[in-house]
Design a protein. Structure first.
Length: 54
């Protein structure tokens, strides 16, 4: 399980998708891509991940 740290950090894959983990524990999925040499980011809504107690 991923835990929040004092500073936000990112976990990347090879294709531009990453999970941004913020200090209070929120997790956001983002996708970084380029169009005509301009870097852009696609953001998603905040995702709350937890265990299913079953």
């Amino acid at each position: 399980m991923l835990k929040a740290k004092k500073k936000e950090f990112k976990l990347f894959d090879e294709a531009g998708l990453y999970l941004l983990i913020k200090p209070p524990g929120s997790k956001l999925w983002r996708f970084k891509y380029h169009i005509h040499a301009t870097a852009l980011r696609l953001r998603t809504s905040t995702t709350s991940l937890g265990s299913s107690g079953g």
